[in-house]
Design a protein around this ligand. Structure first.
Ligand SMILES: [Zn+2]
Length: 116
């Protein structure tokens, strides 16, 4: 559905072909409805389907998974899924830094060498 006014702020909508970036990967240019006031972006359903398709083709799908913490000695270990390992090109022994952003959100930052 094409929008004339922004559903958030009633600002004027402009349509442009702009790059869609997901997880740092450019999925290509897609028709995007942009609010000239709050800069919020909107997409038609048919465009969202194309964005999903492009994300799947580029392996940016199924990167979230539910897992349990495993006890290893006195530590807890997190398992990463096959999709996550492939996406990050991660290898056994690669160095990561783990730090909390809050009590229920932890970041795993890969600092080891990465193959491109
Ligand atoms: Zn707006």
């Amino acid at each position: 559905m094409k929008l004339n006014k922004c559903p958030e702020c009633r600002g004027k909508i402009e349509e442009k072909n702009i790059d869609y970036i997901l997880l740092g990967v450019n999925l290509g240019k897609f028709p995007t409805m942009i609010c000239s006031r709050c800069r919020e972006q909107f997409y038609e359903d048919s465009v969202l389907d194309k964005i999903d398709k492009s994300a799947k083709e580029k392996g940016l799908w199924g990167l979230e998974h539910k897992t349990k913490l495993n006890l290893v000695g006195n530590s807890l270990a997190v398992r990463l899924s096959k999709n996550q390992i492939e996406f990050g090109k991660l290898k056994k022994g690669e160095e990561v830094i783990v730090y909390p952003e809050s009590k229920n959100k932890f970041i795993i930052e890969v600092t080891g060498f990465k193959k491109s």
